[in-house]
Design a protein around this ligand. Structure first.
Ligand SMILES: NC(=O)c1ccc[n+]([C@@H]2O[C@H](COP(=O)([O-])OP(=O)(O)OC[C@H]3O[C@@H](n4cnc5c(N)ncnc54)[C@H](O)[C@@H]3O)[C@@H](O)[C@H]2O)c1
Length: 248
């Protein structure tokens, strides 16, 4: 289905990104496995017959340099990080770092990739945002701001790219079973003076109808669909995979 297409997946060394890289490779794409963690990028790239691209997305000039040598037809903006602090105590340097990795870098990547996509009349962007891309949360000012920003960036790409065969969509998951989720449960437990299991049950899954972490492969399956010919008119959307979280 995606034979001959080059797919760039950021944060592809772990979790959702690794699942997306695998699914896109299975669909026939040549996958660029971008991650700051060289070993993780190499491992995933070797497993799927892709190419590792080691870049720190917090270093925006490195992003520009890397993109000058890459020609993706598909971009999956997935890399993400979290910092937990109340707003009045939020370290400005952490705010900047999260915005750079999750909003500025996707802008730089899109800016570099779009002219070639326009020239060939085909391109796909999928942004892994979050239920926090449309809803606020305490202690997550930078994450919530970045994810809201990407939702807006995606809509703009969809509008400007529409006449060039370029689509852009967001997938907004609730809690997915990845290393990030387990690490956050542990960090939240320390803040709240409870256990990681209690945070997972009461906080993370408290608002979901289906009381289970989501499988990363479920996110990857939707990414692949959004890159397929049958999703040609699906653009400018944000599709939740949230176990019924937003229905409540
Ligand atoms: N896990 C969840 O429950 C969940 C829910 C909603 C949204 N998301 C979003 O999905 C995305 C992936 O999350 P995950 O749970 O798979 O995370 P993860 O921590 O398992 O993987 C993230 C990957 O991004 C890479 N990365 C981090 N900073 C980077 C940087 N500066 N430059 C390049 N690569 C970098 C890491 O090395 C890692 O391989 C994130 O954007 C996250 O916000 C996750």
């Amino acid at each position: 289905m995606l034979e001959g297409r080059v797919a760039l997946v950021t944060g592809a060394g772990s979790g959702i990104g690794a699942s997306c890289a695998r699914a896109l490779a299975e669909a026939g794409a040549n996958v660029l496995v971008l991650d700051v963690n060289e070993q993780a990028a190499d491992t995933v790239a070797a497993a799927i017959g892709g190419r590792a691209v080691v870049v720190d997305l917090a270093d925006l000039s490195s992003v520009d340099t890397a993109m000058a040598g890459l020609e993706p037809d598909i971009v999956v903006n997935n890399a993400g990080v979290q910092h937990l602090a109340l707003l009045h105590e939020f370290p400005p340097e952490q705010f900047t770092r999260l915005l750079d990795v999750m909003l500025q870098a996707p802008f730089r990547i899109a800016r570099a990739a779009l002219p070639r996509m326009y020239a060939q009349g085909w391109g796909r962007f999928v942004h892994i945002t979050s239920i926090r891309g449309t809803r606020g949360d305490q202690r997550k000012a930078a994450y919530v701001a970045a994810k809201h920003g990407v939702e807006g960036l995606s809509k703009t790409i969809a509008l400007e790219g529409a006449t060039y065969g370029v689509t852009s969509n967001c997938i907004s998951p609730a809690w997915v079973d990845t290393p990030l989720t387990h690490e956050l449960a542990t960090r939240q437990a320390a803040i709240r003076g409870t256990t990681a299991e209690a945070v997972m049950r009461d906080v993370m899954l408290g608002g979901a109808a289906i009381k289970e972490l989501i499988d990363a492969d479920e996110i990857a399956a939707l990414v692949t669909h959004l890159c397929s010919p049958s999703a040609r008119h699906t653009t400018g959307t944000s599709i939740p995979i949230d176990g019924g979280w937003l229905a409540g």
